[in-house]
Design a protein around this ligand. Structure first.
Ligand code: GLN
Length: 392
């Protein structure tokens, strides 16, 4: 295959089927392989690119102006700094302008370089988005070379040979190596971050690649938070005497993660403790309860998705980031559907009919995005309070 590259091209996106998008490279030089998805959020690129659920994915922003407010130390979603536990690449329409924001401590480009993340601007992101909408999320390689030397055939081969996210357990790579305590409360104007002071509930978070704002939202409901690695046994979690357990978001295929996680989640459900799952945690709770998950064609990635809480009939506008979904038809008796996407009617939430066990596909912690769904953390707090009242 021969592809004529236009003069001045320093960045390319090469898809598995040989399609080449030519533009301007940013961030690190080199190449990155992954599934290409589009995200419709208009703000929050730093939170998006540091979300561990985007491991092995290249994020194409539909909003054209990305990077113009620089980056800061506060808007980081992953725990720690390992850039391999986050999005692999970024694509946006316009080249970023110099940072203009009082919170900015670094330019977007320097930050991408410091993290080794390859980025691309100047391509027709609308055409790419329409393609994903029609044909699903392709496998692709994004490459940046300031001298414009690209071996397109080799890049295409790499994309075509990649097996993709189905069957891939990435939570095992995204999780914390050790248990730790988390103390930071939600960001507040004008103080910024502060430690939480109320310790009304003990929450153990199983970290499959957790976003920090989930942890902060738990601190926000007065929880004392202990993070444990993905493979922690239920017995060890219960020995910590939690009032509730949170199953976190995370990257990869839930079915591939389920092998070690599902039996432990089943034991946690049997213990009667309140359990709250978010995104990957939702999918794995569903698997543990006997349901199935499926791969989606285009997935949901954005900060403007309407979701209906069937239990209250209220619509919430939510943050989304998932490429797999719980198959509604597979929900066993006793598992109730609680939330549904008003974009495509996919399942967005489940609960046990007679136990404080529930989960949602969307991101109630936002970051980025609207905070309509923060009430779910309050619901979790209510369940923990009620459970303690029964024991006492
Ligand atoms: N944000 C998440 O937890 C994503 C869950 C899962 N990896 C998916 O893509 O569906």
């Amino acid at each position: 295959m021969t592809t004529e590259l236009l003069k001045g091209v320093t960045g390319v996106l090469v898809l598995a089927d040989g399609t080449v998008y030519q533009g301007i490279g940013h961030g690190a030089s080199g190449s990155a392989l992954g599934e290409v998805c589009f995200n419709t959020a208009m703000t929050g690129y730093q939170e998006i690119l540091t979300d561990p659920s985007y491991m092995d994915q290249i994020v194409a922003f539909t909003f054209p102006h990305v990077g113009n407010v620089g980056v800061n130390p506060d808007d980081v979603e992953q725990l720690g700094n390992d850039p391999t536990r986050a999005a692999k690449g970024a694509i946006f329409r316009d080249a970023p302008t110099p940072p203009a924001n009082w919170r900015s401590t670094m330019s977007f480009n320097d930050w991408l370089v410091s993290r080794g993340v390859v980025a691309l601007s100047g391509i027709d992101t609308r055409a790419l988005t329409k393609r994903i909408r029609e044909h699903g999320m392709p496998h692709g390689v994004i490459a940046h070379d300031p001298n414009g030397n690209f071996d397109i055939a080799a890049l295409q081969k790499q994309a075509a040979e990649w097996a993709g996210l189905v069957g891939l357990d990435l939570a095992i790579k995204a999780t914390s190596a050790q248990s730790s305590d988390y103390t930071t409360d939600l960001w507040q104007w004008p103080e910024g971050y502060k430690d939480g002071t109320r310790h009304e509930h003990n929450v153990v978070v199983i970290d499959y690649g957790v976003k920090q704002n989930i942890l902060r939202a738990l601190i926000g409901i007065g929880a004392k938070v202990k993070i444990v690695p993905a493979e922690t046994k239920a017995e060890d979690i219960l020995a910590l005497k939690p009032d509730g357990v949170l199953l976190s978001n995370g990257p990869g295929d839930p079915a591939a993660t389920g092998a070690y996680a599902v039996p432990e989640i089943q034991k946690l459900v049997q213990s009667g403790k309140p359990v709250f799952g978010i995104c990957l945690g939702h999918q794995m709770l569903a698997l543990a309860l006997g349901a199935k998950t499926v791969k989606m064609d285009q997935g949901h990635h954005g900060a403007n998705h309407p979701v209906k809480d069937i239990t209250t009939d209220k619509v919430e506008i939510v943050s989304m980031n998932h490429g797999f979904a719980v198959d509604r038809e597979s929900l066993p008796a006793g598992v109730v559907e609680t939330h549904v996407s008003l974009f495509d009617n996919t399942n967005c939430g489940i609960a046990l009919a007679n136990q404080p066990v529930f989960s949602v596909q969307h991101h109630p912690e936002a970051s980025p995005g609207p905070v309509d769904s923060l009430y779910l953390f309050e619901r979790f707090a209510g369940y923990m309070k009620d459970a303690k009242a029964v024991v006492a």
